[in-house]
Write a protein that binds this ligand. Sequence first.
Ligand SMILES: [Zn+2]
Length: 357
Amino acid sequence: MRRLSAVFVSLLICGSAIANDPPSKSIKTSSKEEASDKEESKSSKSSKSSKEKEAKAAEAARQKESLAADELAVKIADRLAVLRKEKEEAAKPRPVVRSYAPAVKRPEQAKPKAQLDAHAANAAALGAAGAHSAIHWSYEGEGGPLSWGKLNPANAKCDSGQRQSPIDIREGIRVDLDPLTFDYKPSRFTVTDNGHTIQVNLGAGNFINVSGRNYELLQFHFHKPSEERINGRGFEMVVHLVHKDGDGRLAVVAVLIERGKAQALVQTVWNNLPLEKNEAVLALSAMDLNQILPTKRDYYTYMGSLTTPPCSEGVLWLVMKEPIEVSPEQLAIFSRLYPMNARPIQKTAGRLIKESN
Ligand SMILES: [Zn+2]
């Protein structure tokens, strides 16, 4: 069918090309003839009859019409060629990649700025994660951590980065670290299940200060089990509090979670779990984030990356030494949603780790 219409169109094109040629010559001919007519009428008054003149005028008009028809045929042929090309383009089997890309892209792009998580913020900056693969990133299977770097050129750091997170924190240099101060206050919040974790987005006004620099809290989210290890030891879960300073630099505070007593703030989050993915639930109450911090403020610090695609580096990690506790019931609730959402340990590659004395 396509071949037939192609032949038809090429015939039309060729035909009109051929048809187009002679008329332009015939115009010249006809104008020559008109000119010679004048000559003739000048030189011999009696020679040509008016009938002959009429016939010639009719012939010229016919040729003009034929020229107009040819031009139309060319236009139609051109249009047909364009349509055929468009149809062929549409029919081409595209790399799976592109046809699925918008669906993957949309939810992250649609989020208001305040709701962007650290991954999405960076993804947006880098041209949206998942734009080049039908497979979206995940923690196992085809989209698992070993594939992240290949799913999208924007995720290249996941493969090639030398300062990736999480790491097994060991052999830290014990020093008197600058105190890490928290300026958190009761805040309104939304809870979102973004398909990778449960994330809590907060209103403005919550800050940490470290080494004289202020970072504002954007969101926090959970991983199970903990992504980071301390001297080889993993924990039941971890909460990552993602902050950003005025220059766009990220600082993530990690609070490790052990099995133990129920935790009030975690319960508040669970109470507001959304029924649907990617739909933020605005909680009616405010939360006091100080509740999720351990009593002691000693910490480990090193330079790393986001632990999710695009794995952007230059992230200041502040891992609290003292874990908090949540109850077995609270662990089980998260486990039903995300039994495993932790990136494997990455190479330390000679990075300096410092820890509070
Ligand atoms: Zn995280």
